[in-house]
Each structure stands twice: as C-alpha cells, then as structure tokens.
Design a binder for this molecule. Sequence first.
Ligand SMILES: Cc1cc2nc3c(=O)[nH]c(=O)nc-3n(C[C@H](O)[C@H](O)[C@H](O)COP(=O)(O)OP(=O)(O)OC[C@H]3O[C@@H](n4cnc5c(N)ncnc54)[C@H](O)[C@@H]3O)c2cc1C
Length: 386
Amino acid sequence: MGTVSEVVVVGGGISGTAATYELARAGVSVTLVEKGELASMASGWTLAGVRQSGRHPSELPLAQAAVRRWKTLGEELGADIEYRQEGNLRLARTPEEVPIIARLVEEQQQLGLDLEFLPDPASVRAVAPALSDTVLAASHCPTDGHANPIVTVRAFAEAARRHGAAIRTGTEVTAIRVVGGRVTGVQTTDGPVGADVVVLAAGVYTDRLCQLAGLTLPLKVGHVAVVQTIPLPPLIRQVIGVANGDFAGRQEVGGRVRMTGDSFPWGWPDGPLGPEDVQPPAWAVRVALDRAVAVLPALADAKVARVWGGLIDVTPDELPVIERAAEVEGLVVAAGFSGHGFCLGPITGQLIRELITKGTPSLPLHAFRRARFAGSVGATQARLHG
Ligand SMILES: Cc1cc2nc3c(=O)[nH]c(=O)nc-3n(C[C@H](O)[C@H](O)[C@H](O)COP(=O)(O)OP(=O)(O)OC[C@H]3O[C@@H](n4cnc5c(N)ncnc54)[C@H](O)[C@@H]3O)c2cc1C
C-alpha cells in the first residue's frame, strides 16, 4: 500500500479496536470512529468463547495464532481481561451425534490441534462433573477458553490511545470518500476525516459501508438469544457447545452463566435500529434455557439476571472477509465473522496492521477474500459453538 500516513478504522468492536491498537503501536496515525459506544454490538452481546476446536481448516491457523496472543494479552494491554484457558467441550446429546463428534476430533487432530474424544458419559463427567449423564460423548480441547468481551475491547482501545490513537465514539461514518479509485477519507456525523486507508470493521453494517464505496459484500444477519444468570457457585470451567450448534454456554469469572440458543434469520426494522429491536422473543429465551438445563441440570433453579439479543454478520460460507479491496486502493475490509470473530480479534487486528503496513500478511488469507462470493447471494445461518 506504499507509505501510509493516516488510517481511519470504522467500528469499535474487537476487530476495530484490535486493529487500531496494532496500528498505533506500529507508529501509524490512526483514528477509530464508532457510532455508538465501544463494544455496543456483537463484541458486547457475545458469549466470548475463545475457541480453536471445530474451526474450518482455513480458519484454524488464525484461531491458533489468536490463542497464542490471548495467553499474554491481558499483560500486554495492562488490564484484567478475565481470560481463562480452561477448555471447550462440544457435546453429543443423541446417539446420531456421537460419530459426528468422533469425526470432528479425528479431523482436527489431523490438522494438528490437540484435542481428545471423550467417548461415554463417564469420561465426559470426569472432565465436567456438572454435565448431565444424558450427554453421551464430547470433544475436549483443553487449550480453548473464554474472556470478558467488553473489558477486552475497552482494554484494546485504551492501549491504542496510550500509543496515540484517537478514539471517537458517538460518531457515525456516513460516506466513504473515493477519488480516482483511491480512498481519501470518510464523512462522519461530526465532519470529514481524511485518510489514505479506511478499515471497515463495522460488523452487520459492513455490507452497507462497502456499498457506499461501490463494493459488494453478501452478508445476512442472524439473531441469537442470550441469557445470563446471577453469580452462581462454581459449576463448569469449560465453554460448552453442542454438535448441531443450537446451544452454547460458559460460566464467567464472576460466576454468572451466560448461554446462547441458535441463530435465526432477522430482518432490519424500518428506520434506525433501537435497543428494543434486538431484544429476543420469549420463545427463543425459553428454548435456550431448556437446552441449558438439559445439559446442566443445576441451572433449573438458577436465577436469571438478564436476557438480550445479539446480531451476527453471516457470510455465505460462514468464514470472514479479511482483505485489501482490489477495486478501491486503500480500503480494507474485516467482517462477516459469522458468529466466531471474538476469539480471532487479536489476530484480526494484527493481520489488518500487516495488510496496511507490509502488504503481506503473516498468515494465508486467500480463503478470506471477497472475490470468492462472486455471483453468490444466499447466506446460511451461523452456528454458535462458544
Ligand atoms: C450472541 C453471540 C454469541 C457469540 N459467541 C461467540 C463466541 O463464543 N466466540 C467467538 O469467537 N465469537 C462469538 N460471537 C461472534 C463475535 O462476538 C463477533 O464475531 C465479534 O464480536 C465481531 O466483532 P467486530 O468488531 O467485527 O464487530 P462488532 O462488535 O459488531 O463491531 C462493529 C462496530 O461497528 C460499529 N459501526 C457500524 N456501522 C458504523 C458506522 N457507519 N460508523 C461508525 N461505527 C459503525 C458498530 O456500532 C459496532 O460497535 C458471538 C456473537 C454473538 C452475537
């Protein structure tokens, strides 16, 4: 990209704040523009599992690299981000799901991931005694984990600020300025900001922003119900997912259990998105709770503290886009994480910095180019696995 003097990052979730941090500490002048508060969308709604297991082969190297960063990330950012590397269990709840999990373990082992197959209820309960004996088998990846999402995003932004980045919240990007095929900056609700590179890390809004610059990004939006209990005594250390992705859960550091149901198609409301538009319907909350109690019976009497809904930016193949756009010089896109971009955050930020300052990323990004969607329209619904 040549010498970069000014970067604007659009989006104050984990992808945008991590990129801003990476750029600022590399000495690049960078401004992050966020229309709401930091972590006010997916990066705040998330379950926040930090998972390598069950990743698509092309995404696994990114997740593994991210986990290497997560281990020392709190220290690096100077904040307690509540990262715990206590494992991930993906459960088989029916006889049909047992061979699915066994195959997953075999495939992932062949890709070099250290995970084991727990073949019966006794071996599952030896690892996680609170699980129901109706859980028939599980995969167990001990190097997976979880973290506090809002604290992590704020820590990235704070560290970026210490390295000289400008963080502008409550400011919406309304246009991307392109002159002669090159980005020259953005228009915001608070005036223009000049830039020779613009990073679009705007989650479910990234397709609209792409459109403003004349690019196509096929995104659909999924909606997920999230339920959080009051603090409970220690119940389970691992993040849990299930073979068909219709439930995931984890116990937070403070004892609250956070759980999600499956993802359903979602339609944008007319006019601006209000907080109530994202709240989950009662049936989705009930379904998530039923599934939670089926695998963790102790939750039957747990007091619920909060429910909320989360929106997910889903691409047709459920893999993200991380690229320098070929059509517009200076435009970088990082979106479509399809329900698993929290774990990747630290490496997404690093890859964006590499794309901007070096041109060559340290990990292969071929699978994450937008060009793979040429002619594609339909997206599926994301499955959440923690
Ligand atoms: C319920 C749920 C459970 C999940 N569970 C997991 C999990 O266990 N593990 C995992 O790895 N991932 C999980 N995910 C996915 C993960 O949370 C997301 O992939 C990740 O947080 C995406 O981060 P982001 O920064 O790309 O996007 P976001 O966090 O959505 O950030 C985008 C930001 O851009 C801002 N923005 C948009 N348009 C504009 C504009 N025009 N101007 C300025 N700002 C703008 C938005 O306000 C928003 O803050 C889950 C997601 C949900 C919803």
